[in-house]
Design a protein around this ligand. Structure first.
Ligand code: UN1
Length: 499
């Protein structure tokens, strides 16, 4: 299919993809596929004001009715799955299966949020006073700004939007400047759901497209109490303090430097499969991608040999081809950064396998590169940095304590895992003295989390939680209520105040 046919199939009209100021290129071949219209920063106050008035109406709509909108969104996404998945492939360069997987993730979170819309509940708490009852009520917060990244151009928005909407919060979405087309297509799907829903307030879900000035308007506005931002630690270090300084609530999903410990008892064949998917899947451009392999010295050489063999067989090329497993990096800048990191690793004593630019058998114009395995003598500064590319650093260890210390000794704290058949090792890894990450797995790679769990991590990953479990509480305000149904007015803590 040509790029234009993919855009048309996803419902994008000529008016939406031409005549604008934001140029969009496909990572597949670098082709210029659209000129998208940008939001004028001067319009941001009016956009935010629309969101505030939508909030006043939406917060009083019963949550299960709000869930109906998200149910319709899930239905529309099911109908549009193939076309939107193909657009993700065109615009983000993901292989077909991963493009479809991303839309499936959107459908899954819609299902989750529909169920949640009938399960938004608080506690009843025993009061110390006779004839009193305490309880907790969860109320909508207000407009939720969503700043998303190129690598999950639509799923991360849906995690936020599906929860925010059932929680009673309008959404203003600023997608990555690299992926506005998937955002426009998703918004059209959302508009179809809104039309079927019927009486949603105007401005309930808005899309704003553009550069830093657009994001800055959301970050700075007191009328946007929740600001969910996914991206680099550098971006989060700017956004987080600004939102906090105006007493807003930042939800941050920033860098990861995810590790796998492979213990002597591990099922190595299974570990190899998990390593390859999580290190090279999405061309190493997930925040959960495997970046560090901490292998026991007794199996390290064997594991590296198995991995080198597997790496050599991976089909690299056009992500639309059914057999391709590794598509392009998002752009040439990403490839340059990967090559520069490999140079630094070499200078620190690393032995690099792979990591060469691929020009044959791939579409010309895209940034195709063979994934790299890099054996490191120690965990150097370069290893401790997140590089958004398929580089897997290999380190060795003797004792589990040493392995856990290495796993934790990076600034980031998103995802982690251990491959072991030893119960003591597995449980130690999951214990308070184990992994310090928001996600810790056993005999599963660090990437590809299901939407049912809370997603996010500690330290420079930003501390936010999105998606499943009780992450919805981040989109609501908690109110503690004390109700006195007695004819007395006793004070807490036995305080006497008689007059
Ligand atoms: C991201 O890379 O920003 O767990 C999100 C995963 C996906 C989400 C990744 N479900 O890898």
């Amino acid at each position: 299919m040509t790029h234009t046919a993919t855009l048309t199939a996803a419902g994008l009209t000529p008016a939406e993809i031409t005549g604008g100021t934001l140029a969009v290129h496909s990572p597949i071949d670098g082709a210029l596929v659209a000129h998208v219209h940008e939001t004028n920063p001067a319009d941001m106050p009016a956009i935010i004001a629309r969101s505030v008035s939508a909030f006043k109406a939406w917060r009083t709509v019963p949550a299960p009715r709000r869930g109906e909108l998200v149910r319709l969104l899930g239905e529309e996404l099911r109908a549009a799955k193939a076309e939107l998945g193909a657009l993700v492939t065109l615009e983000a360069g993901k292989i077909t299966s991963e493009g479809l997987g991303e839309v499936q993730e959107m459908i899954d979170i819609c299902d989750f949020a529909v169920g949640l819309s009938r399960q938004i509940y608080g506690l009843t708490i025993a009061s110390e006073r006779p004839g009193h009852r305490m309880m907790e009520t969860w109320h909508p917060m207000g407009p939720c700004g969503v700043i998303s990244a190129f690598n999950f151009p639509v799923a991360v928005w849906s995690w936020n939007a599906a929860l925010a909407l059932v929680c009673g919060d309008p959404v203003i979405w600023k997608p990555s400047e690299k992926t506005p087309l998937t955002a426009i297509a998703s918004m059209k799907i959302m508009d179809r759901a809104l039309a079927r829903f019927g009486d949603a307030p105007e401005g309930l879900v808005q899309l704003v497209i553009g550069g830093p000035a657009i994001g800055e308007a959301l970050v700075a506005s007191k009328d946007v109490p929740i600001l969910s931002a996914t991206g680099s630690t550098r971006m989060g270090s700017i956004v987080g303090p600004k939102v906090a300084a105006r007493w807003g609530r930042p939800i941050l999903e920033l860098g990861g430097n995810n590790a796998m410990i492979v213990a002597p008892s591990a099922d190595l064949d299974m570990a190899v499969r998990a390593i390859v998917f999580s290190a090279v899947g999405t061309a190493g451009q997930r925040c959960t991608s495997l970046r560090r392999l901490i292998a026991h010295h007794s199996i390290r050489a064997d594991l590296v040999a198995k991995l080198a063999k597997a790496y050599a067989s991976l089909p690299i090329g056009d992500p639309r081809r059914a057999t391709t497993l590794i598509g392009p990096l998002v752009d040439h800048g990403a490839r340059d950064r990967m090559l520069a990191q490999l140079e630094k690793a070499r200078a620190e004593g690393g032995t690099v396998h792979g990591g060469a630019t691929v020009t044959e058998g791939v579409p010309q114009g895209g940034a195709y590169i063979a994934p790299a395995l890099v054996e490191m003598p120690t965990q150097t500064d370069t290893v401790r940095e997140e590089t958004f590319a398929p580089i897997l650093y290999v380190l060795g260890y003797d004792t589990l304590d040493e392995a856990i210390a290495l796993q934790n000794d990076v600034p980031q704290g998103l995802s982690s895992c251990i491959f072991t058949l030893n119960l003591r090792e597995a449980e130690t890894f999951l214990s308070a003295a184990g992994s310090d990450c928001g996600i810790a797995n056993v005999n599963i790679g660090p990437s590809g989390a299901e939407i049912g769990g809370a997603f996010g991590g500690e330290k420079e990953t930003g501390g936010g939680r999105e998606s499943g479990s009780d992450a919805w509480k981040g989109y609501m305000r908690r109110q503690t209520n004390t109700i006195n149904y007695s004819a007395q007015l006793p004070l807490a803590q036995g305080v006497k105040f008689d007059f």
